[in-house]
Design a protein around this ligand. Structure first.
Ligand SMILES: *Cc1c(COP(=O)(O)O)cnc(C)c1O
Length: 474
C-alpha cells in the first residue's frame, strides 16, 4: 500500500472555510505548488480512505481473538476509555496542589485499597510504568531491606520457566541470578531449591501461576524454605488474572509483587503504549516503597514525600495515571463478584480449549491448567513447525499464540484465551487449530508457506534482521 505522501497532488486539499472576500484570482496561487516544502495535499475522502484501509491491515483485540499467552490480551471494555477521557482527569496538571486534585488522589488511594483486598498486600505504589519496571522497583526494595538490616546478600533465585524480564531486572540491580530447575511436572524442584537457599540468597522471584499456566503445588513450602533462611519471596504478578478473587498472593507466602494493570485490569497494550506495573508490598516492606505514596489524612488525601527508608523516586509525578484510572473503572464496574467471575471464567475457558485440543496436539505437561496452557509441535507430521502453525492461524482470522516461550518447552505454543471469549469463539479457534493439523498431514506446503491472506506474507526473518528497511525513501 502506498504511503499517503504518494497520493499527494498539487492543489488538493480537505475542508477549508472559503474567504468572505470575492476575488478573481486563481483559487490555488501558483506559489503554493512546488515551493520546495513537502506538505501533504490530498482531499478529505483520500485521508479517510487511507487511514481506514491502514486500520484494516492491522489486527487487534477489537478485530478478533488474541490468544497470546503470558500477555492477557483480554477485550478492554470501552467504558474504561470513556472514564479515562473525562476532562476533569485529562486536563489536571500534574503540578496541581493536592487540594485541587483530591479526586485523582482518591482514585490512586482507592485503587491501592482494591488491589490490597485482591492480593492481601499492604499497599501499592503506582510509580512503575510497566511490569518490568515494577520488578526493578521490587528488587530495589529487596536491596534496601537487606541494607537496612545490615546484611549483605548477593543472589536472587529465578526458576527456568521465568519471563526474560526477571533475570534482567535482577541483574540491573546488581544481584547475581541463579536458576532453579523445574520438575518434569512443571513445579519448582523443591529439593534442588532447598539445597540452593543459603545466607547469600536475598530472594526468589516466581511467577504465580507460572508461565506454564500451572499453579505450583508447593507454593507454601517454597515460601517456608525461603523465609527459614531470612530470604524474601517476590511474585511476578503478570498472571494474576488466573487467581483473581480466588487466592491471595500474600497468603501464598509472597512478600511483594507487581501487577501488570494493562494485562489483568484491561488497558489496551501490545503496541508499546503506556502500561502500569504497580508494586505491592507487605507491612514489613511498606517503608521502602518509592515516593510519593498517596495517603489519607483527616484533611483528605495527600502525597507523602518524606519517607526516610524509601528507594526514592523512580518515575516523574505519579506513574501512568490514566492506566491506573482504567483499572479503577474496570474494578468498579465488575465489583467483587465480577472480579471473581473474571478469574474463574479465564480458567474455565483455558481448560475447555485445552480439552478440545489435547487429542490433536502434544501437551508436554498434562495437568489442569490455570488461565493458559502450553502445547508444542512434537506431534506435527511432515516437518511442520510451531512457527508454521503460528503463521497459518492468521489465515483463519486469529492472532497467533505466543510461540517458543517458555524456553524450557521446545517448540512451545502458549495459548491464553482469557475470560472475554465466548464458547463459539473458543470452538472456532480449536477447529482452526485442528484444521491446520489435518493440512499438515495432507498438504503441508500450504501450512509452511502461510500466511496467504494477510497484507504482509511470510517474511524472510533473517533478511529482516540483517537488512532492516526502517526509512521511507520518497
Ligand atoms: C508481561 C510479563 C512481564 C513484563 O511486563 P511488562 O508490562 O511487559 O513490562 C513480566 N513477566 C511476565 C510473566 C509477563 O507475562
Amino acid at each position: 500500500m502506498p504511503v499517503i505522501f504518494e497520493k499527494s497532488r498539487c492543489g488538493r486539499s480537505a475542508y477549508a472555510v472559503p474567504s468572505w472576500e470575492l476575488a478573481d484570482t486563481d483559487p490555488i496561487p501558483a506559489a503554493m505548488c512546488n515551493d520546495g516544502v513537502d506538505l501533504l495535499e490530498v482531499g478529505e475522502v483520500d485521508i479517510v480512505r487511507h487511514y481506514t484501509a491502514l486500520s484494516r491491515m492491522n489486527f487487534g483485540v477489537d478485530t478478533g481473538m488474541y490468544p497470546l499467552g503470558s500477555c492477557t490480551m483480554k477485550y478492554n471494555p470501552k467504558i474504561n476509555e470513556r472514564v479515562a477521557a473525562l476532562p476533569g482527569f485529562t486536563s489536571l496538571h500534574p503540578l496541581s496542589s493536592p487540594a485541587l486534585s483530591q479526586g485523582s488522589l482518591e482514585v490512586l488511594y482507592d485503587l491501592s485499597e482494591y488491589l490490597a483486598a485482591i492480593t492481601g498486600m499492604r499497599r501499592f505504589s503506582f510509580a512503575p510504568a510497566a511490569g518490568a519496571h515494577g520488578e526493578l522497583a521490587g528488587v530495589m526494595v529487596i536491596k534496601k531491606y537487606f541494607e537496612k538490616k545490615g546484611e549483605n546478600r548477593g543472589v536472587i533465585l529465578i526458576p527456568d520457566s521465568a519471563h526474560g524480564t526477571n533475570p534482567a531486572s535482577v541483574a540491573m540491580c546488581g544481584f547475581q541470578v541463579r536458576e532453579v530447575p523445574s520438575t518434569a511436572e512443571g513445579d519448582v524442584d523443591l529439593h534442588k531449591l532447598a539445597a540452593m537457599v543459603d545466607d547469600n540468597v536475598a530472594a526468589m522471584m516466581l511467577t504465580s501461576p507460572n508461565t506454564l499456566g500451572l499453579f505450583d503445588r508447593n507454593i507454601v513450602e517454597i515460601a517456608r524454605v525461603l523465609h527459614d533462611r531470612g530470604a524474601l519471596f517476590y511474585c511476578d504478578g503478570a498472571n494474576l488474572n488466573a487467581v483473581l478473587g480466588v487466592a491471595k498472593v500474600r497468603a501464598m507466602g509472597f512478600d511483594l509483587m507487581h501487577i501488570n494493570l494493562h494485562k489483568t485490569f484491561s488497558t489496551p497494550h501490545g503496541g508499546g503504549g503506556p502500561g502500569s506495573g504497580p508494586l505491592g508490598v507487605s507491612d514489613e516492606l511498606e517503608p521502602f516503597l518509592p515516593v510519593p505514596v498517596v495517603l489519607k489524612g483527616k484533611d483528605g488525601f495527600y502525597l507523602d514525600q518524606n519517607r526516610l527508608d524509601s528507594i526514592g523516586r523512580i518515575h516523574s509525578f505519579y506513574g501512568n495515571f490514566l492506566v491506573a484510572l482504567r483499572a479503577y473503572a474496570y474494578i468498579r464496574m465488575l465489583g467483587p463478584e465480577g472480579i471473581r467471575d473474571a478469574g474463574n471464567t479465564a480458567v474455565l475457558n483455558a481448560n475447555y480449549l485445552l480439552s478440545l485440543l489435547r487429542k490433536e496436539y502434544n501437551l508436554p505437561i498434562d495437568r489442569i491448567c490455570k488461565h493458559e496452557f502450553v502445547l508444542n509441535d512434537k506431534d506435527m507430521p511432515n516437518g511442520v513447525t510451531t512457527n508454521d502453525i503460528a503463521k497459518r492461524i492468521l489465515d483463519f482470522g486469529f492472532h497467533a499464540p505466543t510461540v517458543y516461550f517458555p524456553l524450557l518447552v521446545p517448540g512451545a505454543i502458549m495459548i491464553e484465551p482469557t475470560e472475554t471469549e465466548n464458547r463459539e469463539t473458543l470452538e472456532s479457534f480449536a477447529a482452526a487449530m485442528i484444521a491446520i493439523k489435518r493440512e499438515a498431514e495432507s498438504d503441508p506446503e500450504i501450512v509452511k508457506s502461510a500466511p496467504h491472506s494477510t497484507p504482509v506474507r511470510k517474511v524472510d526473518a533473517v533478511l529482516a534482521a540483517r537488512k532492516p528497511v526502517l526509512k521511507w525513501e520518497g
